[in-house]
Design a protein around this ligand. Structure first.
Ligand SMILES: Cc1ncc(COP(=O)(O)O)c(C=O)c1O
Length: 397
């Protein structure tokens, strides 16, 4: 059994705060502070350029990729780190389209994160080969899969509502129709058990700054199923994805396997923070995380509905159908969230009216949920949000 009291002690959680936004940015793992400081002093400071060889910086994207692989059910050697998630979406989609050259439709849904759809639009424009992005309701995805679909591109957990797709069933339906699947695991990795290999996913991508607690702007990951690893062609053919970067050939030749999805110089300081954050998972069983997350969110929903019925549940009620967040709607959602943050209950707001709370059992327990709902009820029921300063929109919501 995972000892959640122990995992909680591995995070820096500021006094007076109940942190329910780990679905956006995970909290600081205590060990990351020392690890980054040590990396800066001993490696960057003393080794200087020698760090690329002597401190293993050059292999870090693959080595850490293997750590992520263990958390998403990927085969060893099938994941590599680098860049941001939007870039990895572009890479995965570009390679996927090339693997299915006679088809033109990219199927996605209206619950996908806009950046994924924007990257698809940009790629379609760039390719200029008549590809189309077809966006359907999340519930209509399965029925829309047919033999016209080149790529099924979905985010497993809806960033707004937390609704969870059936990755295995949809991947199988896509494969049966001859389509390639690309799964965005931004809200899945570290939130629930994922098994990309077992599901038969062709590509998967995700970020590490949410439930994996890698820090703001932490590098993203990309998974390429081993059956495609030697044939998928990288659209972003940077030198570190080359078979022999230090041969400095004038012509591009892709590296071995997933190595070819590397682009340029890896962010070594950020990877050091992520590496320390991943240590937390060494003693964690994802099945325990899932069980606890469902129980805590069930409690959250029950308490909110009992104490402040004016909030409308936007997430699936059934635990098995959602990720590790819960969302409620209220026309004054933005002001409510600002009032909650002012009282130390940190969640976030997604337009037009959703307040989101991420529940990460590694550092959130039953008392946090009960205390948070007490404050939510107070703010909502007594209109504690009804102040001009809480309606002033900030850059990040
Ligand atoms: C599902 C999903 N996809 C893509 C992105 C974009 O990620 P990035 O800003 O790292 O490119 C996000 C960001 O939150 C996301 O939630």
């Amino acid at each position: 059994m995972t000892d959640f009291a122990r995992t909680r002690a591995l995070f820096h959680l500021p006094d007076g705060v109940i942190y329910l936004d780990g679905n956006s940015l995970g909290p600081l793992p205590v060990a990351a502070k020392a690890r980054v400081a040590r990396m800066i002093a001993d490696e960057w400071g003393d080794l200087l350029i020698r760090g690329w060889n002597d401190a293993g910086w050059m292999e870090a994207p693959r080595r850490i990729g293997d750590r992520i692989a263990g958390l998403i059910g990927a085969e060893p050697g099938a994941v590599v780190m680098g860049d941001t998630l939007s870039i990895k979406v572009f890479q995965a989609l570009a390679s996927a389209l090339e693997l299915n050259p006679r088809r033109r439709i990219i199927l996605s849904d209206s619950g996908n994160f806009p950046s994924d759809l924007y990257m698809a639009e940009g790629l379609i424009r760039l390719l200029d080969r008549g590809h189309q992005l077809k966006i359907v309701d999340p519930e209509a995805v399965e029925a829309a899969i047919d033999e016209s679909i080149a790529v099924l591109m979905l985010t497993e957990v809806d960033y707004r509502t937390g609704r969870l797709h059936d990755m295995r069933a949809l991947t199988r339906a896509a494969a049966d129709a001859g389509a390639i699947s690309v799964w965005d695991l931004a809200h899945s990795a570290g939130a629930l058990p994922v098994d990309v290999a077992e599901a038969g996913a062709d590509f998967a991508i995700g970020c590490t700054y949410k439930y994996l607690n890698g820090g703001p702007g932490a590098p993203a990951f990309i998974y390429v199923a081993p059956r495609h690893a030697e044939t998928a062609r990288p659209a972003l053919s940077g030198w570190l994805g080359h078979a022999a970067p230090f041969a400095f050939d004038l012509a591009y030749s892709p590296g071995r396997g997933v190595e070819r999805m590397r682009v340029g110089t890896p962010p070594i300081i950020a990877l050091a923070a992520l590496d320390a954050a991943l240590d937390v998972w060494e003693s964690v069983d994802m099945a325990d995380v899932r069980r606890q997350s469902i129980a805590l969110i069930d409690l959250f929903i029950r308490e909110v509905e009992a104490q402040c019925p004016v909030l409308t549940l936007a997430s699936p009620r059934e635990g098995a159908r959602r990720g590790s967040q819960v969302t409620f709607r209220h026309p004054e959602g933005y002001a409510i969230m600002q009032a909650l943050i002012a009282r130390g209950i940190i969640g976030d707001f997604r337009a037009p009216d959703s307040i989101r709370f991420g529940v990460a059992p590694l550092y959130i327990g039953e008392k946090d949920v009960r205390d948070a709902v007490g404050v939510i009820a107070d703010v909502v029921n007594h209109r504690g949000f009804d102040r001009p300063e809480y309606r002033k929109k900030a850059l990040v919501t």
